[in-house]
Design a protein around this ligand. Structure first.
Ligand code: CTP
Ligand code: CA
Length: 221
């Protein structure tokens, strides 16, 4: 009902949010990462606190300030993010995974700075554990688990596939091919897919405003 959808009261709720990129070390001075400013996850954390929730934010490296009232856990790589999420999961009513987790890490981290020699260099990569897939093995039915899907093509098909394989309650689909929307900018445009098959397309909004709309949608249905 649309009236209920306009109301947001998160008091008494424990909300866990991940944000930012992860950094996977290559050697002591280099790393692999993804584009991610952390703005969407931090905006979700700020909004959740404002509407009364108790919020833990697990963040990869970003240039953003700690939102006040948030319990901030800083991590660097995907393994540390996985460990922190599993540690905090049982105490959470709602998990929102806005982080851009690196899919692969260098198989070996070089102990010393890699010196340049040949014209080409190969670094072997190893797949990182999928955090949401691990979460779905440990979650309870009462918990609400929300993922993000950043896609450059076939937005809804790819997002709905992730909703199913990761056993999520919602996935927030984000078309990164649209200009001035998505990574490293203040605005974003998303479609929220519910596991019941329904979708809600939101207009392009400032991430701070979008955060409130996302929280309404995933807590009121
Ligand atoms: N995710 C995760 N653990 C990973 C990789 C991704 O939990 N090791 C989460 C992200 O935080 C996001 C969701 O899975 O909420 C979808 O991430 P995305 O990169 O779009 O999907 P992938 O499953 O990694 O598939 P691909 O990158 O091949 O599209
Ligand atoms: Ca990925």
């Amino acid at each position: 009902n649309s009236e209920a959808n306009n109301h947001l009261n998160l008091s008494g709720k424990n909300i866990l949010i991940t944000a930012g990129p992860t950094r996977e070390a290559i050697d002591p001075v280099r790393y692999l990462t993804n584009h991610s400013s952390g703005k969407m996850g931090y905006a979700l954390a700020e909004a959740a606190v404002r509407y009364g929730a108790s919020v833990t934010l697990i963040s990869g490296p970003t240039s953003l300030d700690k939102p006040s009232g948030v319990n901030l856990i800083k991590v660097t790589n995907a393994q540390e993010m996985l460990d922190a999420v599993l540690q905090e999961l049982s105490n959470s009513d709602l998990l929102i995974k806005a982080a851009a987790v690196a899919d692969y890490r260098p198989k070996k981290v070089a102990e010393h700075k890699i010196k340049k020699h040949d014209d080409s260099l190969t670094i072997e990569l190893q797949k990182n554990t999928d955090i949401l897939t691990e979460v779905s093995k440990h979650r309870s039915a009462k918990q609400i688990i929300v993922g993000f899907a950043a896609e450059s093509e076939n937005l809804l098909v790819n997002a709905k596939k992730k909703l199913q394989t990761k056993k999520l309650d919602f996935i927030i689909a984000n078309d990164i091919s649209k200009s001035n929307s998505g990574f490293d900018v203040d605005y974003n445009q998303v479609i929220i897919c519910n596991k019941d098959g329904s979708i809600k397309e939101l207009p392009k909004l400032h991430k701070k405003q979008l955060a409130v709309e996302i929280l309404k949608e995933i807590t009121n249905s």
